[in-house]
Design a protein around this ligand. Structure first.
Ligand SMILES: Nc1nc2c(c(=O)[nH]1)N[C@@H](CN(C=O)c1ccc(C(=O)N[C@@H](CCC(=O)O)C(=O)O)cc1)CN2
Length: 281
């Protein structure tokens, strides 16, 4: 799978498909977006190398493509399409999103492998270890946050983590950590952003008398709940829903928004584009 983004210019698709043709690539799926407002181009292509030809492998293709990428001023990735992304999940007390990710990865619904779960509470050790996944209880207080974040980064490095997923993890990451994880940490916020940022969004929604609640999966940034949005889901509610009922109604919405975002990230479909994303679905 090849993903690419670069400044717009004529004949980009021709240049890219010409490269694949010269390397005996048979295209299975090609998605592109030309942001003419910003003058930027995005492309994702899934291809296979024809059986009758020697397979140059991912490294060989990357080396061969580097010259064209430089000429185009392009950022690109080339990797095995079926490879599972190594994911570390962070959770606090609410476990519905964690449980959904555990199920979806175990059944192959998500192209990801959860290699560790980190929590500031001990509550979910049994659930996680039942899945044969290591559970790290890393308590966090204002005084211990630097040490706790250093421990997280140790685990990210030691386990070759490619993506960190905050599955209702309720601690604010420091600016330094959020910056270091730019583009590789996804959070599920339990509101339809930009409405109801911060803590207790369902209580905020109740006080506002909303008729729809939502969930937003976004990349983590140093600005709380302001990171680039990847996926959103909504759910109708009415006057009879109290805060507790809104919390319960929102669980499935949060799980759907988060699993979509994780799936599209793992499939190389999500491109950062300023404070927005382009999702080639
Ligand atoms: N740097 C970032 N860290 C986190 C983000 C983010 O977007 N950028 N998202 C949050 C998740 N979240 C809402 O989705 C959220 C979690 C916690 C709070 C909060 O105010 N928590 C505590 C304070 C905890 C702390 O200071 O660390 C509180 O309730 O007072 C608000 C929103 C995850 N982290």
């Amino acid at each position: 799978m090849l993903t690419l983004d670069c400044p717009e210019r004529p004949n980009l698709v021709h240049a890219l498909t010409g490269f694949l043709m010269r390397h005996h690539g048979d295209i299975l799926e090609l998605k592109q977006f030309d942001d003419f407002r910003a003058g930027h181009f995005f492309l994702r292509v899934h291809f296979v190398v024809g059986q009758a030809h020697p397979d140059p492998g991912v490294d060989g293709l990357r080396t061969a493509f580097a010259g064209l990428a430089t000429e185009l001023g392009a950022r690109f990735t080339i990797r095995e399409a079926g490879a599972r992304t190594r994911v570390l999940v962070m959770v606090s007390r609410f476990a519905h999103a964690l449980n959904d990710l555990l199920f979806r990865t175990r059944t192959g619904d998500l192209p990801a492998e959860i290699v560790a779960v980190v929590s500031n509470h001990p509550d979910h050790r049994d659930l996680v270890e039942w899945h044969g996944i290591p559970y790290f209880h890393v308590p966090v207080t204002a005084a211990t946050k630097p040490e706790a974040e250093a421990r997280l980064l140790e685990l990210v490095d030691a386990l070759d983590v490619e993506l960190v997923v905050l599955a209702r993890y309720m601690q604010i990451l420091s600016d330094d950590l959020a910056t270091r994880l730019t583009g590789r940490a996804i959070n599920i916020h339990h509101s339809f952003l930009p409405s109801f940022k911060g803590a207790q969004p369902y209580h905020q929604a109740y006080e506002r008398g909303v008729k729809t609640v939502g969930a937003t999966a976004h990349y983590v940034s140093s600005d709380l709940d302001e990171g680039p949005i990847i996926s959103q889901q909504v759910q109708d509610v009415d006057h009879a829903f109290g805060p507790e009922e809104l919390v319960a109604a929102g669980r499935d919405t949060e799980c759907k928004a988060l699993s979509n975002a994780v799936r599209w990230h793992c499939e190389g479909r999500v491109f950062l584009h300023g404070n927005r994303t382009v999702v080639l679905r």
